[in-house]
Design a protein around this ligand. Structure first.
Ligand code: GDP
Ligand code: MG
Length: 461
């Protein structure tokens, strides 16, 4: 899967060299190459442009961690952006409905709908212990109904018998009614495809959608069609609200353009990928796993993670030692914490990684938090070394001076000092239990309920 793209990208990325920071200069060639690789992979042009710009902005001026080369740091950024363009997290099926939950599959002819119905039935049965009934409303293609019957037999799903002389709507309704009497949890409806999207097909499926009100409407699309897959899905979504996409035949797709374009073009998540003709060849779509596969650089990526972990450990140990010696957590330590967050790829990334911090990631996502930490850093930098170590000495006039030096207000200085005090207290309490844990709780205490934040959340910037 995606071999061509992997080859191109890994060659390119290994060529990013140089020392110190990533700069406009040492990534220029690499960016051009990444752009070429994505275009060759048949990723939609708008998506490529956006992608390159995001990587560029993120890369320039980014501190490169001690133990990483600029090339490795660049790979990390490309990886992060790949994950993002594909939708970040795995989107599971939403089956929260009065049973039976109805799933409607739609798509062009030959996309892999019927196969996917069977795969999905098997997946839900095996992984989610669901009782599944399947039905076909494809009354146009001879043997289409029979094809589903055979497959449903194979995966041991309930099959609703229909025939070519029935109306699609009547079949769907009949299937749902039967599912109720048989206490099935899920009904999957297989539909007819055309060679192109045409009005008749659209109005038929719209009427069907309206009548049966599915909880999931999945667009099945052949990944071999590249960026066209995204465009067809988009056209379809304009007429009928899709809840997600199943990308089939990814096993044969050496390019990857569909996987990288669908989310950005349609705004809808890829929920599954088909990886073969057999009924067990269906995988939930995990953007991070796919990104690592595309980069083909599991080794480098784990190296990056390693370096990050080491950095954490070093700072945490330093802090621990200091506190154990009876010294208190000062503003320098507080700044270390903020800088560490930066190194780890931003506040929201860090909050995501830390257990117990999930409640905060929403706040962090708005990037208000990011700005807030930047501001706090600036304030601390405007202080004298003595003030950082012994904040008590900061007088009213010094506060004014620090505020103007850091482009902030006096109340920002006061708030920071108050938060520092709370963290200090927390650190003292927790230091016996040690390390990262204490630090995390310190941060959490600072931001959580009763912490130093003003009521109503983060301060406005
Ligand atoms: P439909 O017309 O949309 O119902 O498509 P079908 O389910 O009949 O599939 C069309 C063809 O694609 C069949 O030969 C399937 O075996 C094949 N197919 C479907 N999904 C996959 C997949 O994930 N990988 C591969 N290699 N073939 C697939
Ligand atoms: Mg079919």
């Amino acid at each position: 899967m995606f071999e061509n793209l992997t080859d191109r990208l890994s060659q390119t990325l290994r060529n990013v060299t140089g020392r110190g920071k990533l700069s406009e200069d040492n990534i220029k060639d690499a960016l051009r190459e990444v752009r070429m690789a994505l275009l060759e992979a048949d990723v939609a042009l708008s998506v490529v442009k956006d992608f390159i710009e995001k990587v560029r902005v993120r890369a320039i001026g980014q501190e490169v961690m001690e133990s990483l080369s600029p090339g490795q740091a660049f790979i990390k950024i490309v990886n992060q952006e790949l994950v993002e363009v594909m939708g970040e997290a795995n989107n599971e099926l939403n089956l929260a409905a009065q049973p039976p939950a109805v799933i409607l599959l739609a798509g062009l002819q030959g996309a892999g709908k019927t196969t996917s119905v069977a795969k999905l039935a098997r997946f839900l049965k095996e992984r989610h212990k669901k009782k599944v009934l399947v039905a076909s409303v494809d009354v146009y293609r001879p043997a289409a109904i029979k094809q589903l019957e055979v497959l449903s037999d194979e995966v041991d799903a309930l099959f609703f018998q229909s025939s070519n002389d029935q109306e699609p709507l009547a079949i769907a309704k009949g299937a749902i009614a039967e599912a109720k009497t048989k206490f099935a949890d899920v009904v999957i409806i297989d539909t007819a495809g055309r060679l192109h999207i045409d009005d008749k097909m659209m109005s038929e499926i719209k009427a069907l959608h309206k009548a049966i009100n599915p909880v999931e409407t999945l667009f099945v699309v052949d990944s071999m069609t590249g960026q066209d897959a995204a465009n067809t899905a988009k056209a379809f979504d304009d007429a009928l609200p899709l809840t997600g996409v199943i990308l089939t035949k990814a096993d044969g797709d050496a390019r990857g353009g569909a996987a990288l374009s669908v989310r950005a073009i349609t705004g809808k998540p890829i929920k599954f990928i088909g990886m073969g003709e057999k009924t067990d060849a269906l995988e939930p779509f995990f953007p991070d796993r796919i990104a690592s596969r595309i980069l083909g650089m599991g080794d480098v990526l784990s190296l990056v993670e390693d370096a990050e972990r080491k950095l954490d450990k070093k700072t945490a140990e330093k802090l621990e030692k200091k506190i154990r010696k009876g010294k208190s957590f000062d503003l320098n330590d507080m700044r270390d914490q903020f800088q560490q967050m930066r190194n780890m790829g931003g506040v929201s990334t860090m909050l995501d990684k830390l257990p117990g911090m999930s409640g905060l990631s929403q706040v962090a996502e708005s990037d208000v938090a990011e700005k807030m930490f930047g501001q706090m850093e600036a304030i601390i930098c405007s202080m004298t070394p003595q003030e950082r170590e012994f904040p008590k000495v900061i007088s009213g006039s010094r506060k004014r001076r620090i505020a103007s030096g850091s482009g902030t207000q006096i109340q920002d200085i006061n708030r920071l000092l108050k938060q520092h005090k709370q963290m200090q207290k927390m650190m003292k309490k927790m230091s016996k239990k040690g390390g990262m844990k204490a630090m995390m709780r310190g941060m959490q205490g600072m931001m959580g309920p009763g912490g130093g934040m003003p009521p109503g959340g983060m301060p406005r910037m």
